[in-house]
Design a protein around this ligand. Structure first.
Ligand code: NI
Length: 160
C-alpha cells in the first residue's frame, strides 16, 4: 500500500469525466487499497480516483468516526434522491476551505463493489453528501461551483 498524491484545485484532471471500469484487475485492487490509505491519512470522509490522478469511475467513502467502515464504489450511479440539506462541505482537493452546499438529504446509489458484484448503498445526511460529492468528482465537478456565497477558510469541516 502507498499514499498517493492528492491533486489540488487548478489541476485540469479534476475537471475531466472519468471512464467506466469494465473489470477488476490487480492494478485496480492496489489503487483501491492506496485510495483507502490516502483518504484515512488525509482524514477525509471520501476520495474519488480522479483526485489521485486516475480517470476511472471509482470512489471510496468512510464517514464512520473510527474510520473503519469503508465503502468502495465502482461505476456508482445515483438512482434515487429525496429531500434537501444545506451545510458546510469541504474537499481534500481544496485544502483549508469550505463552502455552503445544498445536497439531497437521502441518496440511493447503484454500483459495483471490489468483486464487481452489484450493490445498493443508501445514505442520509453526511453519507448522502459524501456520495453526491464523490460522484460529482467522477463527472469533473467540484463543490466550489455549487457553493452558495463562495468559499471561506475552515479546518474542521468534513472533507471528501
Ligand atoms: Ni472532493
Amino acid at each position: 500500500m502507498a499514499i498517493r498524491n492528492i491533486r489540488l484545485i487548478g489541476d485540469k484532471i479534476l475537471t475531466k469525466k472519468s471512464k467506466e471500469i469494465t473489470e477488476m484487475t490487480p492494478r485496480l485492487k492496489v489503487l483501491i487499497e492506496d485510495m483507502l490509505e490516502t483518504m484515512h491519512q488525509a482524514e477525509g470522509v471520501g476520495l474519488a480516483a480522479p483526485q489521485v490522478g486516475i480517470l476511472k469511475r471509482l470512489v471510496v467513502i468512510d464517514v464512520s468516526p473510527e474510520g473503519n467502515t469503508p465503502i468502495i464504489l465502482i461505476n456508482p450511479e445515483i438512482v434515487e434522491t429525496d429531500g434537501e440539506q444545506t451545510g458546510e462541505e469541504g474537499c481534500l482537493s481544496v485544502p483549508g476551505k469550505s463552502g455552503l452546499v445544498t445536497r439531497p438529504n437521502y441518496v440511493k446509489v447503484k454500483a459495483f463493489n471490489e468483486n464487481m458484484e452489484e450493490i445498493i448503498v443508501e445514505g442520509t445526511e453526511l453519507l448522502a453528501r459524501a456520495l453526491s460529492h464523490e460522484i460529482d468528482h467522477l463527472n469533473g465537478i467540484l463543490y466550489v461551483d455549487k457553493a452558495i456565497g463562495g468559499l471561506h477558510s475552515s479546518t474542521d469541516v468534513a472533507k471528501a
